[in-house]
Design a protein. Structure first.
Length: 255
């Protein structure tokens, strides 16, 4: 399936966003409808983005994730979306209903081979809003509806909080995989490395302004090599829903 990119229409009034839509609708009842919203802005190199794509492929081929999918009663509807600038919101795959090993692996394989379609700035809040539109338009209210944000964007002036609050009011949960580069760069305020400041500030941003809803959580990814394992852990927590578990994690590769 060809990626479906949502562009701003010239006929829309200033400030009005194009309505988000998946390439194909959810045609059956599901237990979980999940939008995987992935940042591909210019801050991510092609090598780093390849590691992200490889992480998706590995996670959806993982035996534990496949078992969790098999244990759902109705299956899981998933959509993989890339975003960068305001007009760059691409539905790469979805909605796909995963019910077995073959459908899960096919979904992960499609992500791994999809070409990069944009690398602009990071429009986090508008992209979350479009993901909310996808869920409210296509997913039954009887399904758990979740957006997962994977991004290295560390601050947006608090704009994401307004969109987050509207999503939570609509019954949608937002989780996050903030990718925080912790390589030492220098000092900040004479007391800590810049990398440590990025980690603390980035995690606080996602905790306070991005995630929300019952059982919402974040898993901090300390380097791109750890993305696949972090994604696996996230998927297992979302597939095996525990609304009372809002604990967060930090994950770095062992390399």
């Amino acid at each position: 399936m060809r990626p479906h990119t949502l562009l701003l229409s010239a006929t829309l009034s200033a400030g009005t966003m194009a309505t988000a839509a998946a390439d194909q609708p959810i045609t059956r009842p599901v237990d979980l409808a999940l939008v995987l919203l992935t940042d591909v802005s210019r801050s991510m190199s092609d090598r780093e983005y390849q590691m992200v794509k490889d992480g998706y492929k590995a996670a959806f081929a993982d035996p534990e994730v496949i078992r969790a999918i098999l244990d759902t009663s109705k299956g899981v509807a998933v959509a993989y979306v890339r975003f960068s600038a305001t007009s760059e919101f691409t539905v790469v795959k979805g909605w796909d209903v995963l019910t077995d090993s073959a459908s899960a692996r096919t979904f992960g394989d499609a992500i791994a081979v999809a070409p990069r379609t944009s690398s602009g700035n990071t429009a986090l809040a508008p992209s979350i809003k479009k993901a909310v539109e996808m869920l409210t338009a296509d997913a039954s209210a009887s399904a758990r509806r979740v957006i997962d944000v994977a991004s290295d964007h560390l601050w947006d002036g608090g704009r994401a909080a307004t969109v987050r609050d509207a999503a939570v009011a609509a019954g949608i949960t937002i989780n996050a995989l903030p990718i925080i580069d912790t390589r030492p760069i220098g000092t900040f305020d004479g007391r800590m490395t810049y990398a440590e400041w990025r980690s603390q500030g980035g995690v606080a941003f996602y905790r306070n302004y991005v995630i929300g809803g019952p059982g919402s959580f974040l898993i901090e990814v300390r380097d791109y090599a750890a993305f696949g394992e972090a994604l696996k852990r996230k998927l297992l927590r979302e597939l095996i829903s525990s609304p009372g578990d809002d604990s967060s994690e930090t994950l770095a590769s062992s390399d």
